[in-house]
Design a binder for this molecule. Sequence first.
Ligand SMILES: [Zn+2]
Ligand SMILES: [Zn+2]
Length: 151
Amino acid sequence: MTDSKGSCLCGAVKYTVDGEFDSFYLCHCTYCQKDTGAAHAANLFSREAILTWVSGEDDITTYHLPETRHCKSFCKHCGSSLPTYEVPGVLLVPVGSLDTQITLKPTARIFMASRANARCSPWNASATAANPCSAIPALPAPMRTRRRCWR
Ligand SMILES: [Zn+2]
Ligand SMILES: [Zn+2]
């Protein structure tokens, strides 16, 4: 039995998840690009886990994209992504909203075809090849310092 805890950036919303996660998808679809502002979403899914809101349930807003299954729950104060049920009976937990560690590694990268769209192809295709950095890299600098990170 897993007991995971999570919260939003401003701390208004807190939740727990009891149960195991079945899958961990990195979704590259164009909807997830828009609603995360990033190359892909990173979501855990579970059919059996129980979600409990500890605080801030009234601070959550859910947006449903008309005529699609896509939806996003988020804190109305800070905009952080929060757990939701995009498909009835299947809990979706944005992995970045967790405050506890999980052992599951990403199980699939999905909607990879969307990744090649003209809007973001160049950066998206190379996102996983970027230099790992522990913090914000230095702004454009001579080649010799480019791999350094702020501490
Ligand atoms: Zn918040
Ligand atoms: Zn998606």
